[in-house]
Design a protein around this ligand. Structure first.
Ligand code: ADP
Length: 266
């Protein structure tokens, strides 16, 4: 009779990382990467050691949001192992598939290729000791999500949504995925992004372009914390495009708003 092989001890990946936080959204384009990059910078400014893994492999935006598109991570041999040295900016250590391939090439990868690429960034990245590693997940629920929750011990998930019905419906799916029995990742809370718009000439006005308080209501329904409501602000979009996350300007209202979300996450 053939004896079954004893199961290998699971390797504890990222043993020196205290907290791994997944940032997810149901729908694309709701500001998940914008929130992730601002959270990462806010945590670094608050004195924590922070890493950011861009797992949005089919649309990596972290390199642009940190103006590091031209960075090429160095490879090094450390303790006999090949390691990838993360790119560092604003106190955040980052790895993204965008640093290795033309993002257009990654969009046609099969699931397995994408999953392997991400695994490599996790296992070979020289992340070192971190207080927080944020993971910018792709939108929706995919193989990448499953790989992440199966290979890493994720401390909690932050869900980003706009107040719009279609975004909320997809956010619910995201929340259920993390809450499901075999995944069981605690939801740290929900960020309602693009919550309203205030024109400069009407500073007391709020236009609820995508609907009012949709994220807040969903957070109540799902009994998860509302981490913040972030308005639509031109400087947030510009900061993203220029590689200077809005939270760098901590005296502005948007800077304060992102910093407050970060405080609720720690
Ligand atoms: P996702 O990661 O969900 O696809 P992004 O973070 O890439 O979304 O955001 C989509 C677009 O919306 C980007 O151009 C970004 O700069 C912009 N954006 C995101 N949040 C805001 C906001 N609160 N105010 C203004 N523009 C925003």
């Amino acid at each position: 009779k053939i004896k079954p092989k004893p199961k290998a001890e699971p390797v504890k990946l990222l043993a020196d990382v205290k907290n791994i936080i997944a940032v997810a959204s149901g729908k694309g384009g709701v500001g998940k990467s914008t929130v992730t990059s601002n959270l990462a910078v806010a945590l670094a400014k608050a004195g924590y050691t922070v890493g950011l893994l861009d797992a949005d492999i089919f649309g990596p935006s972290i390199p642009k949001m940190f103006k590091t598109e031209d960075a090429r991570p160095l490879l090094d041999k450390i303790d006999g192992r090949d390691r990838i040295i993360p790119v560092e900016k604003y106190g955040v250590k980052m790895l993204s598939i965008g640093y290795f391939v033309n993002p257009k090439d990654a969009t046609i990868w099969r699931g397995a290729m994408a999953t392997n690429a991400i695994k490599q960034l996790i296992t070979e990245g020289n992340w070192g000791a971190l207080d927080y590693l944020l993971i910018d997940l792709p939108p929706g629920t995919s193989d990448i999500h499953l790989t992440m929750v199966q290979t890493l011990s994720i401390s909690g998930a932050v869900i980003v949504t706009t107040p719009q019905d279609v975004a909320l419906a997809d956010a619910v799916k995201g929340v259920s995925m993390f809450k499901s029995k075999n995944i069981n990742v605690p939801i740290l809370g929900l960020v309602e992004n693009m919550a309203w718009f205030t024109p400069a000439e009407l500073p007391d006005h709020k236009y609820f372009i995508f609907g009012k308080d949709g994220g807040k209501r969903l957070a109540d329904e799902l009994e998860v914390p509302l981490l913040g409501q972030i308005p639509i602000v031109q400087s947030i979009r510009e900061g993203g495009d220029q590689g200077e996350p809005a939270v760098l300007n901590e005296e502005t209202a948007t800077g304060v708003a992102f910093a407050q979300v970060a405080q609720k996450v720690v």
